[in-house]
Each structure stands twice: as C-alpha cells, then as structure tokens.
Design a protein around this ligand. Structure first.
Ligand code: GTP
Length: 443
C-alpha cells in the first residue's frame, strides 16, 4: 500500500533543524510492524493504525511516499523485522529519495542503527515521532518542560544501551576508557544535569500553576474544550461550528497551538471553543506526563466535548483511553474531579454510518457529521444546556451609581430578576461558578 501525503513546509521545524536538513520537503516512508495479525479485525485495525502513523508523520511536515504494514511473527533482536522484510522495504524505497523511515514500533538503539545501515537513511521509532509532535505542539511552559524531559530521558536511555552494546562488542567491561566511551560518559553526565535542572524548573512551574490559572481565567466567556483521538475530526468540527475555513486541513495536528475561537450559541450566549492535541493510540508510558501537560486547557473548560470517530474500529478502546487520561489528571489535581459533569460526548463521522439517526447515541451523546454539518445544531443546543446547568443562582445588591458592576453582571450572566430600590439595585442572576468568584473579587 502506498500513500502520498501533502507537505506543510512551516511544520517541518524541529526535526529539520536537529537533522540539519534544508527546507526542501523531507520524503519519508512509514512502516507498521503489525504484532497482532491474528486479531479478528486485523486488516481494518492495521489500516487504521497505519493511517494514524502516516497522519502523524505528515503532521511534522514529512512527505510520506511509501507506507506499508508488515506482519510481525517474531521479533528479531538485530532488526525487529525479518530479513526478507528489510529487503522488501529497501526495494520499495529505492530511487524514491527517502531520507527518513518511520518504524511505528519501539526500536532498540541497535535495531535502529542496523535498519539505518540497511536502508541508508535515518530511522526513527514511534516514541521519537511522537516526541517531535509534542515538541511542536506544547503551548504552556509546563508542557514544553515535560516534553523536553521526556526527550532527554529517551536520549539518555539510548546512550546507556548503546554504551553497553559497545562494551560487549569490545569484550571489555568499560574500564579501558577509550575515547568513544569517554564521550558517551560525558554526554550522559550532561543529559543527567539537564534533566535535574528541568525537574527543578518543572516543580517551580507546578507550584505556580494555580496562579497562572487564575490569570488565564480572565477569558471573558465560558470555555468549551475539544478533546479526542487524533483524526477523530476535532479540527473539522471546530471549523464547522465556528464557520471559519482557516484551519481546514487534510493532515493531523495542523493546528499549531491549542486554538481558541469565539462561537455564538443559539441562546445568544458566546463561548470560546478551544482545540487540543489529539490522543494517540498506545501512547508509550514515558510520554504520558508530557501529553497530559499539553491538555492543560481542559482545566479551564466549562464544557468538554469529547469528539469520537464513531466509525473507527477501535472507537470503544479510544473512548476508554480518553476517559482514563482525564480521570488520571483529575486524581493528580490537574483538572476538576467533577469533569464528567461537564462532558458532552460527540459521535462524529455519522455520515460514514448512514447519518445521525443510524448512530446509537446514549447518555446524552450527540451524533454529528463535521463534514456534512448534520447534527451540529443539536450539538450547539447541548453545549448551551450544559453551560446553563453549570450556572449558579446568586443575589446581589448593587449600589446606585455602580453602573460598571451592574453592566458586568449583564454581560457575564443571565439576569433573571431586578428590583430598583432607593439605596441599591437588587439583582438575581445566574452565573458560572468561576464568574461568580470573579464578580465577588471585583467588589
Ligand atoms: P488532530 O488535529 O490530529 O488531533 O486530528 P483531528 O481530530 O483534529 O481530526 P481532523 O479534523 O483533522 O480530521 C481527520 C480526518 O477525518 C480528516 O481527513 C477529515 O476530513 C476527516 N473527518 C473529520 N470529520 C469527519 C466527518 O464527520 N465525516 C467524515 N467522513 N470524515 C471526517
């Protein structure tokens, strides 16, 4: 199976710079060693996984000129893939000017190096690829630090392992102190020091996290965050709802930062819609912390839209993953433990299943097609309701002449009663809890 994926020049950044590439598009091949060929839905599941990997590669600006799934029956320590498979890829990429091959699996440093030799190009594995993506997408300081930490950890483990490998090759125990070994020792020490510094900085950032959050809460409207698996259609839905085509795209992660845009709901209420980094299947555990840090926007959200690809073969596993990550974040104090009360499940891609009426939507879930627009008015109404449910009733007496505070209540809340007396104006208003706290601080 071969695929051609469009390039996106400005996103070739991090990998480009580190590999010393020029700005010409980088041509790549994506290989999926498929470990579960016996799974009952193997062909469909493998296709979905390969499509995800190709999308991730395209997201960092690579032009994917070849992609293939190779059934993996035994893991060869030297190359992971079988000898014939290594040859097969070699022939497939010959003459294609491929500079990088992405192997969508975990490779040992030895396997990585052997494959680089066999194919005559750079090889990166799944963790390496995901780190590139997170590196480009981390928007907060905490996110950037977490990603760098994960990157250094990854590099350090590679150094350690290739060091033991060198030792074995030379038949020594590492006390001979050859020049290569000294270099590796020095690299390890430098990486170790950098990791220690980053950990300290991260601690510091975490301690002030609460403060930042209060500052960011100055966004004057309720926030609706979109979360979900990569390729579920978050960005397409974002565009369909906000009616702007700026972010229309064919490739994953084209949104550079967690993107925010204003949206008017049927009730006239205005909200801010915020897109986040997509979930990735079987995220390597060492990357979980980095990924969670990129999801921090969810902490601010008054409503969370969990966008699901209802037509994906792994849609239920994906759903459980998303819930698991949000639960974990709540346990660690990163988001409000009451987050499930703010959740709206969105079953996207209903067009692929025969329309919204054909999608079983339980427990308040809303079926939509971001492409055809079917179901979007119902989704907007559901957001309206969810936000209204989160509002609290409050009574205030505003001094006559305090027009600013009165105007604030009209702007941020729903004023449902008003009595103008001589000394004060008594107002009954529905406000979001965060707005209520802000108003009371204004006094
Ligand atoms: P990331 O940015 O990687 O997190 O992905 P995303 O969740 O934002 O997905 P995106 O909006 O980029 O959509 C992924 C692919 O699914 C694109 O090819 C879209 O055209 C397609 N897609 C999105 N919504 C729908 C839909 O309702 N129906 C169909 N058939 N395809 C859709």
């Amino acid at each position: 199976m071969a695929a051609e994926t469009g390039t996106n020049g400005h996103r070739a950044g991090a990998l480009d710079r580190r590999a010393g590439f020029s700005h010409a598009p980088i041509r790549a091949a994506v290989i999926l060693p498929w470990e579960r060929p016996d799974r009952h839905d193997a062909p469909r599941a493998a296709d979905a996984r390969l499509a995800e990997a190709v999308g991730l590669a395209a997201a960092i600006g690579l032009v994917v000129v070849h992609s293939a799934t190779l059934p993996l029956r035994a893991r060869r320590p030297s190359t992971l893939l079988g000898e014939g498979q290594v040859d097969l890829i070699n022939r497939a990429i010959a003459g294609q000017s491929v500079t990088i091959v992405i192997v969508d699996a975990a490779l040992t440093p030895v396997q990585q190096r052997n494959l680089e030799r066999a194919w005559g190009c750079k090889v990166i594995d799944r963790t390496g690829l995901i780190l590139e993506i997170f590196g480009e997408r981390a928007a907060t300081r905490e996110g950037a630090l977490q990603v760098e930490l994960a990157h250094l950890d990854y590099q350090r483990s590679r150094l350690v392992r290739s060091w033991t490998h060198l030792e074995r090759q030379r038949g020594g125990f590492g006390f001979l102190g050859g020049p290569g070994e000294t270099q590796i020792e020095a690299d390890r020490r430098l990486i170790g020091e950098r990791i220690a510094r980053l950990r300290k900085e991260l601690e510091q950032v975490r301690r002030t996290r609460g403060l930042h959050r209060t500052a960011r809460r100055r966004v004057p409207f309720p926030v609706v965050a979109l979360v979900g698996y990569t390729n579920a259609g978050k960005s397409t839905l974002f565009n369909a709802m906000t009616g702007a085509g700026v972010y229309a795209k064919e490739q994953l992660f084209a949104t550079l930062d967690p993107t925010m845009r204003g949206l008017g709901l049927p009730s006239g209420r205005r909200v801010i819609l915020s897109d986040t980094v997509g979930f990735i299947s079987e995220l390597p555990t060492e990357l979980v912390a980095a990924f969670r840090a990129t999801l921090e926007e969810v902490a601010e959200a008054d409503a969370i839209l969990h966008v699901r690809d209802a037509a994906h073969p792994d849609t239920l596993t994906q759903r459980a993953d998303v819930i698991g990550v949000l639960d974990g974040m709540a346990r660690d104090g990163m988001i409000d433990p009451a987050w499930p009360g703010r959740l709206i499940e969105v079953l996207n891609k209903a067009d692929l299943l025969g329309g919204v009426d054909r999608v079983p939507a339980r427990n308040g879930a809303v079926a939509v097609s971001a492409i055809t627009g079917e179901g979007i008015p119902a989704l907007q109404a559901a957001i309206d309701t969810r936000i209204a449910e989160g509002m609290e009733l409050a009574d205030y007496a505003i001094a006559q002449g305090d027009g600013a505070r009165l105007a604030w209540l009209y702007e941020h809340g729903e004023v449902i009663g008003r009595q103008d007396a001589e000394d004060a104006i008594r107002v009954r208003v529905r406000l979001l809890p965060a707005d209520r706290a802000r108003f009371e601080r204004l006094a």
